[in-house]
Design a protein around this ligand. Sequence first.
Ligand SMILES: NC(=O)c1ccc[n+]([C@@H]2O[C@H](COP(=O)([O-])OP(=O)(O)OC[C@H]3O[C@@H](n4cnc5c(N)ncnc54)[C@H](O)[C@@H]3O)[C@@H](O)[C@H]2O)c1
Length: 447
Amino acid sequence: MSPNRRDFLITTAAAFSAARVLGANDRVQVGFIGYGLIGAQHVHDFKNLPDVDLAAISDVYEPRLREGQAACGPRCQAYADFRRLLDRPDIQAVVVSTPDHWHALLTIMACAAGKDVYVEKPLTLFVREGRWMISAAKRYQRVVQVGTQQRSGRHYADAVQMLQDGYIGKIHTVRMGSFRNVMPGFGTPPDADPPPAMNYDLWLGPAPKRLYNSNRSLYHFRWFWDYSGGQMTNLGAHEIDVIHWAMKSGAPHAVASAGGRFALTDNGETPDTQDSLFEYSGFTTLWSHREASRGRGQGGGLEFFGTKGSMTLDRSGFQVFPDPEVPPQNQIPEFQGHPVGGPQRVQTTQIPPWCEPVKRSVYNDLLRSHARNFIDCVKSRRQPASSLEEEHQVAIACHLANISLRLGRKVRWDAEREEIVGDSEASAMLVRPYRKPWDQVLAGSQL
Ligand SMILES: NC(=O)c1ccc[n+]([C@@H]2O[C@H](COP(=O)([O-])OP(=O)(O)OC[C@H]3O[C@@H](n4cnc5c(N)ncnc54)[C@H](O)[C@@H]3O)[C@@H](O)[C@H]2O)c1
């Protein structure tokens, strides 16, 4: 199952094999790589697009491969090895729904094979992968959509417009987070032989060789640094994306993060409790997640704070909470008695709000709209809703937070040079080695 010589040689001939310009009425042949939690959802959504053929599917776990093939329909070809799917010149686009440690390499290889790519978030496992992906997409002139589906949510677009128009005034802070209680965690299964129906070596791909452990594999890979960045990258990527969109910003210039796996008693590694403070020009944002406490059942999603009020925003809708226009001196607390020189209160008959309340519910299917947008861009060659460049900036923010958490100190970011400032230990964490022989595939791509 090692890559062969053909896999190392990423040629322009392959790149343009599927580059025929499609018309609006053409059907797009799509291949799916990874049929897990979100892969199955993508198959469902793409199946509902009238101009898409679900031509092929690949998964390293045989039962899922067969289930996915059945879901795609009788004309779908199943491949235990994704490279054989990429070999097919008739496939124009692929949807990558594997764990995070495969996102970059699969995108690079698919671009080189002439496929357009819809790749799930978080875009990368480590910072440097993002620039490699951008280079590959540019070199092979590929359309790449990233799975931050809020970008295709119409209520998100409306909310972002209101924020950019100043509806809640000047925005100086954004809070975001995720709160739930999964105590005591997902257990501590022993290391074991991988299931015979799984090609575990191909599941690991560029990640370090480890004994198989069921918690390190399907779905639960998220809680291990070798494959993911925990909730900071898993859920944080979605929220930071909306902040960058609304605030028209790139990556933060400094990040400080703290937390740990304080409460869960399973064998996971990433923090169950984490707070990350991101510094941007003119505003700050705070990410908090709790895996072992749901709190008041609030605090998830986004909360923008402006000088006229605040806005909450999540996948179910958005709401504006106006602040009352109370004279500042009337907000000084009152206690017993009125000593000389105390605050002079302004007499008010009415306290108007700074703006009017607004409440909107979700009004389109984000995932299906994002899939639609991708296929439209495959045909038009336009930039899709979630562009590689913007999602690279989002991934940078998430990874910087985890670097700060793991080193126990604040990191500063030079966006121009894409370097951490004055901290060689932190800088070393911007890149990780790929395991052999996948390092040769990367080297062969000469990005
Ligand atoms: N956008 C969203 O709302 C959303 C929701 C869930 C997951 N995700 C993202 O999607 C990705 C997958 O998450 P999941 O929960 O579906 O994981 P999962 O473990 O349920 O599914 C991943 C599938 O990929 C397969 N796979 C692994 N390596 C492969 C390879 N080299 N070739 C082919 N198949 C391979 C696995 O066998 C598995 O079936 C993650 O990066 C996650 O962050 C995004």
